[in-house]
Design a protein around this ligand. Sequence first.
Ligand SMILES: O=P(O)(O)OC[C@H]1O[C@](O)(CO)[C@@H](O)[C@@H]1O
Length: 431
Amino acid sequence: MYVDLGNALSSVASPGVSRASLERLDEDVAAAHERIERGRANDEHGYAALNLPETADPDAITATVEPVADAEALVIVGIGGSALGAATLADALDSDVETHVLDNVDPEHTNDLLEGLPLADTAINVVSRSGTTAETLANFLVVREAFEDAGVDWTERTVVTTGEAGPLRDLADTHDLPVLKVPDGVPGRFSVLSTVGLAAAAIRGDDVEALLAGGRDVARNLSGSLFESPAYAYGATTYALDNRGASINAMLPYAEGLETYAEWYAQLWAESLGKDGLGQTPVRALGATDQHSQLQLYRAGPRNTMVTFVRPRERADRTIPETDVEGLSYLGDATLGELLDAEFEATEASLAAAGRPNVRVELDRVDERGLGQLLYGMEAACVLAGELHGVDTFVQPAVEWGKNAARGLLGAEGEYPEADAVEDKEQLLVE
Ligand SMILES: O=P(O)(O)OC[C@H]1O[C@](O)(CO)[C@@H](O)[C@@H]1O
């Protein structure tokens, strides 16, 4: 993982950060690193996630999913951190296993998905750390029923990833299903390099060991200085720019296979740093596509946005055929990859020319090792940014109100006063 901060400097951009300020900030990075290392050493909640490249057990994961290793199709049933990591790997890595992620409760989508699946050759990986998330459990009950209706034994096709206890754990025990435990102290959004993200990867035949090795590559560089650690360089710079007005961070990967990575990043950044009235708003984008939709705003709108450019240094390529069409011959001499890189560098430069802050993040290739580096790197960057902002990076209390209101509206057992507030909604309907 390579991070270039050049276009975030105040000599280029406003908001921007000066080298001198980064050097001063490095003292706080050193103190934060000490705190993070202490948290890792004691396997404290949250910090333990940064130990996963060492603590995850690829052999145990592969052995547990073995009963469904013959699958032609896979349905990952989960939501948030229990889906986005596996979805990111499935989007970025090739596999013969047709992979679907059921991370919403849209009946039309679920019906279409189930109708098209070869259920007898389909594996189900149902993932929920708490084991109580309504969307995940509802989708799983629907998927299970579809298998039963098709006369396929779902207990033969299901692998569960969940915590020590809870309804999903009970269901797995009742039906003696293969279970992978979600590691203690690892919040969902930091769990891609654990059983949560790696079970599906193992079923798909991805190189789980290489993913973890990528994580170790970046973990090795974590030190008390942002000038020695790409992950900390990124985390510290987003913090510095946020403090100077860049309250929005547009994540712009230049690889179709990294589109879901931008979604994964959005949860990591939003749920970790969005608290106490603070937090940089992540925006999901895709390069070069969103140059033609969002760039106008980032280049000429309010000076409240930084852009994070991500690209692989190497990729497969395809030549653009020669053409005699007037004015297009320049394309005929290039490849799609060269065009994409030109768009990347030109868009970076266009923001710098307009004095708009941006950071470049590169990985060697979009493969298991590169992804392990990128995902772990962004997790470490987020943990550092949380330390510098002084927020509790590893909790997300604000999401519970809505869950309780939904439970109340559906008549779940227990008291859910939040549901009353839904009923009492202020109305000013225009139709
Ligand atoms: O893994 P679980 O417990 O089903 O939770 C799914 C997701 O829901 C959240 O709790 C937010 O509602 C996320 O933090 C988490 O990743």
